[in-house]
Design a binder for this molecule. Structure first.
Ligand SMILES: NC(=O)c1ccc[n+]([C@@H]2O[C@H](COP(=O)([O-])OP(=O)(O)OC[C@H]3O[C@@H](n4cnc5c(N)ncnc54)[C@H](OP(=O)(O)O)[C@@H]3O)[C@@H](O)[C@H]2O)c1
Length: 287
């Protein structure tokens, strides 16, 4: 897993996370909870500002709006990295293929860049689901495939079953959550990490330490939270419904945190710092 400097638009340097042939822009727009006109407008504006990575899911009920925003932006399809996710109730092989096709129909695309299993589903054998996911990729419906919310044990099992095909594990990551074990496992398998809730659902802005460090760099606490992650080679997908915050959340490549600042922020992490939970199959174990 590597990240490299790349200029996506004059004046807006962006980095790319490279994992097993996938090039995932280090900052993307999260779209959970954005719907309708607001969603389409945020996607359009983000792309106009230089974002090149959009995160959606069949469960978000906004794939139509995301597709509309992408088309309205005027940015060429091949220049945008679009991720969607299959919900666990569609993990039986036939259902998975249908779900992927339905997502593409709603997005009005012939292919997504990354298709993820949204959460583990212990009710359906992982081997069957992964075989179906890889088949969907071979059919050309997804350029790359990956998983989300996979624990250490599950990501090892998935990598064993799917070989080199899994490029990413999208997991909750922010300064208040200790994810050291699962990130180490992903790194050892060369699986890229995409951080969701990277500003702790807005909570980062209230943290005294992040705020103090931000002031030293002329940045906000939210920007420090995002920088803390990208500086470790982790891609981030902050979500906002405010156009003015789009630029703020992407302006994290023109400063660097010192080693002492990185260590101080890392000390905020707690094992029980999760903000996102899932009721489908119980709370996943994170070790
Ligand atoms: N794979 C999964 O299971 C999973 C789970 C959860 C999320 N996700 C993905 O990850 C994305 C991001 O996670 P998230 O939405 O949970 O949380 P987040 O991005 O950490 O935080 C979003 C919240 O922070 C606020 N915010 C955004 N920018 C800000 C800034 N610069 N300063 C202060 N506050 C700011 C937003 O409010 P405003 O709208 O008012 O700006 C919103 O309330 C989701 O949208 C979704 O795409 C994936």
């Amino acid at each position: 897993m590597r990240s490299s400097e790349r200029c996506l638009r004059p004046g807006m340097p962006m980095q790319v996370l490279q994992a097993k042939g996938a090039r995932i822009p280090m900052v993307g727009l999260g779209t959970w909870d954005l719907r309708g006109r607001v969603c389409a407008r945020m996607v359009e504006q983000a792309l106009r500002l230089g974002y090149r990575h959009i995160d959606t899911a069949e469960m978000y009920d906004n794939e139509r709006d995301v597709g509309e925003g992408v088309r309205a932006s005027g940015v060429r399809r091949e220049d945008v990295f679009i991720t969607t996710k299959v919900w666990p109730s569609h993990f039986a092989p036939k259902d998975l293929q249908r779900a992927a096709k339905d997502s593409l129909a709603r997005l009005r695309l012939s292919q997504v860049d990354l298709l993820l299993l949204h959460w583990p589903n212990p009710q359906i054998p992982l081997a069957d689901t992964l075989a179906a996911l890889c088949e969907v990729s071979r059919m050309g419906l997804a350029r790359h495939v990956g998983v989300s919310n996979f624990t250490v044990a599950l990501i090892r099992e998935a990598a064993r079953l799917a070989g080199d095909e899994l490029v990413c594990n999208q997991i909750e990551m922010h300064p208040f959550l200790d994810q050291s074990k699962v990130t180490a496992a992903c790194r050892s398998l060369d699986i890229g990490i995409v951080a969701y809730s990277p500003i702790a659902k807005g909570g980062a802005k209230n943290d005294i330490l992040l705020d103090r460090i931000g002031k030293a760099h002329g940045k906000s606490a939210a920007q420090v939270s995002l920088r803390f992650l990208v500086q470790q080679g982790i891609a981030v997908i902050p979500r906002t419904s405010r156009v003015e915050r789009l630029s703020e959340n992407a302006a994290i490549f023109d400063f660097a945190l010192t080693e002492a600042e990185m260590s101080a922020i890392a000390r905020l992490a707690r094992r029980d710092g999760r903000l996102v939970d899932y009721a489908f199959s119980g709370t996943p174990k994170w070790d």
